[in-house]
Design a protein around this ligand. Structure first.
Ligand code: DHB
Ligand code: MG
Length: 632
C-alpha cells in the first residue's frame, strides 16, 4: 500500500515535515497550500527536496469553492485554477484536491456542478493534472461521497475523479459500503482520519479532533475493507487536523502516523481473511502475536532506594535477591508479583525522575515475534546488557519512554530471569497479594493518542471509553487499555497541564501500580504495623459513602479506620487504599469482591485531592518530569 501523509498533520516548516515523513518511511506527502505559501523555498526546490528524500508529492490541496457557482464567478474560478495548475507543474504534482463548495455555491443543481467540474477538467487536462473531488461533511450542497461521485459521473471527464476521506464519510454516519461499487479508476485519492465520537458541529470536530487510525472510535477497518474491494490501488494518505499534533515533535508524529497505517493494513488483512477480493492494494501483514497473559514484572528506578524498599516491605514484599552481575538491581517479591528495583544513584540515567516506573514486563507466548511486530510498527528497541549466560530480555520503548519487555511464560509461574537474583523458590501461595491488578501510566498530553495506538498495535490491548476525573489542578482524562480477557489492564491518564507547569505535585504527574489482594483489610493492617502512613481519606467521604450506598455504619467505620475506599457496581464490590507518593510512583492495594469490573473511578477525585494536599505540605519534595522522550 502506498503510504502518504498530509503536511497539515505535522508541526514545523515544510522542509521539516518532509524530512520527518521520509524518515518515518512514508512513500509520499500531500502538500497543503498553506505550507508552501509561507515557505521561502521555491516550488522547484521543494520538488528537488522531495526527489532527494525519495518522497512522492502525491497531492496538492485544497482547491476550494469551485463548483455550484453562478456563471459570473466561473471565469475567476478558472483563472485561479490555471495559476494553481501551473504551480503544480513546477512542483511536479499531478493531483489536486477540489473540496465541495462551502462559501460561494448558489446553484443547487448537479448538472451545473458537473458542467463546471468538466470545464475545470479540460483546463486540468491541458496541464496534465487530475482533479479529486471531495465532499466535505459541511459542504453547502454536496456533503456526502455518493453525491460527489454522482457529480463526477455526470462530469464524465478523464481528469475528474473522486477523493474519499474517511472523516467526512464516517463522521456523518454514511454507510461506506457503496465505496465498493465506485469504479476504482474514478477514485483519484483516499484520505484517512479517525476521530473520537464527540457530539459537536462537524466542522469543529474535523478541524481539531481528528486522530490517526486506531486512536479514535471510527470503524477504520470497515472503511478499508470497502476500499480494498473497490480495487483502488493509489495512495492511502493520512489527513489529520489536530491541535496537539500541531504542537508535538514532528518526527514522533510522523512515526505515529506510519505506525497507524501499518497497523491498519494488518487489521484489514485479518478482516478480509478468506474473502475473495481484488487485492490490488497489496496490504502488508505484521507478525501475529497473542495478547499478553499478564504482568511479568514492574521495574522501579529510584534515587531513594531505602524509602522505596521500605514501602515495598510495608506492602508485604520480601527481598527476592540482588542481581548476580548488576549490583544496583534488586528484586522484591510477593506471591506472583515481582518488583525490580534499580538504584538510580548507581545507575546514573540522565533525565530520569528520582523515582519512576521505568519498565513493565509482559508475559507473552512468543517474545521474538512480539519484538519483531513492535519494531515493524516502528517502536524503538531497548538496549540492555547481559552477563554471560544471563537471560536476554527483549523490549521496546513506549511513547512516554517506559521500557516495555516481552517475557516468556514459564510453566511453573517462576520466570527464568529470577534465577539471576538467586531467587528460584519464592512463589508463596499464601501471599496476600495475588497479582498486578493494573498499572496506571501518566501520559504527556502531546503523546496521549500515540500511546493509545502504541498499546493497541504493539501489545494488542483494547481501548475502553475515556472518562474525565476532576482533580484540584484540572480534569484528568483516563482511558483503560486492557487485554480481551482482562489479565492486563493499564489505565492511561493524561494529566492536566498544571502538572507539567509544576503546580500540581512538584512537576510530573504520578503513576501507580495497583496490587490485587485477597484480603485488603489484612494487607492494610500489616502495612500499618510496618509503619505505612496511607493516603488519608477525609471524614466527608465516609459520610457520602453511607448516603450513596446505604452501607452499614459499622462497616463504614471499619473502612475509615484503615483509610480504605469503597465502590460497588452490578457485579460486586471494590475496596482499596493508596500509599503516599515517592518521586512519581505510588501504590494502590485493591480487593475485588465478586465480579466488580471498574477501577474505583468515583474515588479517584478523593485520591487526587489528598495527593494535592500532601504535595503542597511544607517540606514536600520536588519532582522532576520524566526525561524528554526521543523520537521512536
Ligand atoms: O477542513 C477543511 O476545509 C478541509 C480541507 C481539505 C480536506 O481534504 C478536508 O478533509 C477538510
Ligand atoms: Mg480531506
Amino acid at each position: 500500500m502506498r503510504t502518504s501523509i498530509a503536511t497539515v498533520c505535522l508541526s514545523g516548516t515544510l522542509e521539516e515535515k518532509m524530512h520527518a515523513a521520509a524518515a518515518a518511511g512514508f512513500d509520499g506527502i500531500e502538500v497543503f497550500e498553506q505550507d508552501l505559501v509561507v515557505s521561502p523555498s521555491s516550488p522547484e526546490r521543494i520538488r528537488d527536496l522531495a526527489a532527494e528524500l525519495g518522497l512522492g508529492l502525491d497531492l496538492y490541496q485544497p482547491f476550494r469553492d469551485a463548483e455550484g457557482v453562478g456563471p459570473e464567478l466561473v471565469p475567476a474560478v478558472l483563472r485561479r485554477a490555471a495559476a494553481k495548475f501551473r504551480l503544480m507543474n513546477r512542483l511536479g504534482t499531478d493531483t489536486v484536491l477540489v473540496c465541495s463548495n462551502v462559501a460561494t455555491a448558489t446553484v443547487d443543481d448537479d448538472a451545473v456542478a458537473a458542467r463546471q467540474l468538466r470545464a475545470l477538467g479540460d483546463l486540468a487536462g491541458e496541464h496534465g493534472v487530475r482533479l479529486a473531488y471531495e465532499a466535505l461533511a459541511w459542504g453547502r450542497y454536496v456533503d456526502d461521497f455518493e453525491h460527489a461521485q454522482r457529480i463526477v459521473e455526470l462530469a464524465d471527464h478523464p481528469s475528474v475523479g473522486t477523493c474519499l476521506d474517511s472523516f467526512h464519510i464516517l463522521s456523518r454516519g454514511w454507510d461506506p459500503a457503496p465505496i465498493e461499487r465506485i469504479p476504482a479508476e474514478k477514485i483519484f485519492f483516499v484520505q484517512l482520519a479517525d476521530a473520537p465520537l464527540l457530539s459537536m458541529d462537524v466542522l469543529s470536530w474535523s478541524r481539531h479532533h481528528r486522530v490517526f487510525p486506531g486512536e479514535g472510535d471510527f470503524d477504520m477497518v470497515g472503511f478499508m475493507t470497502r476500499l480494498v474491494r473497490s480495487g483502488y490501488d493509489g495512495p492511502v494518505s493520512l489527513e489529520i487536523f489536530n491541535d496537539a499534533f500541531r504542537q508535538a515533535d514532528v518526527r514522533r508524529t510522523a512515526v505515529d502516523g506510519l505506525r497507524s497505517l501499518r497497523w491498519l493494513e494488518d487489521q484489514t488483512l485479518r478482516a478480509l481473511a478468506g474473502q475473495p477480493v481484488r487485492d490490488r492494494l497489496e496490504l502488508q501483514a505484521l507478525p501475529a502475536v497473542a495478547e499478553p497473559a499478564g504482568y511479568d514484572f514492574v521495574e522501579i528506578r529510584t534515587a531513594r532506594l531505602g524509602e522505596t524498599t521500605r514501602l515495598l516491605h510495608q506492602l508485604g514484599f520480601a527481598l527476592g535477591g540482588h542481581h548476580q552481575s548488576k549490583e544496583h538491581v534488586q528484586v522484591w517479591v510477593q506471591g506472583p508479583v515481582r518488583v525490580v528495583v534499580v538504584d538510580a544513584v548507581r545507575e546514573a540515567v540522565p533525565g530520569a525522575s528520582p523515582t519512576e516506573i521505568a519498565a513493565l514486563g509482559f508475559t507473552v507466548e512468543d517474545p521474538e515475534a512480539a519484538v519483531d511486530r513492535a519494531t515493524r510498527l516502528r517502536a524503538r528497541p531497548v538496549e540492555r546488557t547481559q552477563g554471560p549466560g544471563e537471560q536476554v530480555l527483549r523490549g521496546v520503548h513506549a511513547p512516554d519512554g517506559t521500557e516495555i519487555f516481552f517475557c516468556r511464560a514459564s510453566p511453573d509461574g517462576v520466570p527464568p530471569w529470577l534465577g539471576e537474583f538467586g531467587a528460584d523458590d519464592v512463589l508463596d501461595p499464601a501471599a496476600l497479594v495475588t497479582g498486578v491488578d493494573h498499572v496506571n501510566m501518566a501520559q504527556p498530553w502531546q503523546h496521549y493518542d500515540e500511546a493509545v495506538l502504541f498499546y493497541t498495535s504493539v501489545l494488542a490491548l483494547e481501548a475502553q471509553p475515556a472518562q474525565d476525573v476532576p482533580g484540584p489542578s484540572g480534569l484528568v482524562r483516563s482511558q483503560v487499555m486492557r487485554s480481551a480477557d482482562g489479565a492486563v489492564r493499564m489505565p492511561l491518564n493524561v494529566a492536566p497541564a498544571a502538572a507539567e507547569q509544576g503546580s500540581f505535585v512538584g512537576a510530573a504527574y504520578p503513576e501507580h501500580v495497583a496490587l490485587a489482594c485477597s484480603d485488603v483489610v489484612a494487607a492494610a493492617r500489616r502495612a500499618r504495623r510496618r509503619g505505612l502512613a496511607p493516603l488519608p481519606v477525609p471524614q466527608n467521604y465516609y459520610e457520602d459513602l453511607v448516603a450513596r450506598f446505604d452501607l452499614d455504619e459499622a462497616f463504614v467505620a471499619s473502612l475509615q479506620e484503615l483509610d480504605l475506599l469503597y465502590d460497588r457496581d452490578t457485579g460486586g464490590e471494590f475496596l482499596h487504599f493508596y500509599t503516599g507518593t515517592l518521586g512519581t510512583v505510588f501504590f494502590e492495594v485493591v480487593e475485588r469482591r465478586g465480579g466488580y469490573a471498574g477501577f474505583g473511578a468515583p474515588n479517584a477525585p478523593v485520591r487526587l485531592a489528598a495527593q494535592y494536599r500532601r504535595s503542597h505540605e511544607p517540606g514536600a519534595r520536588q519532582r522532576s518530569p520524566r526525561g524528554a522522550a526521543s523520537p521512536q
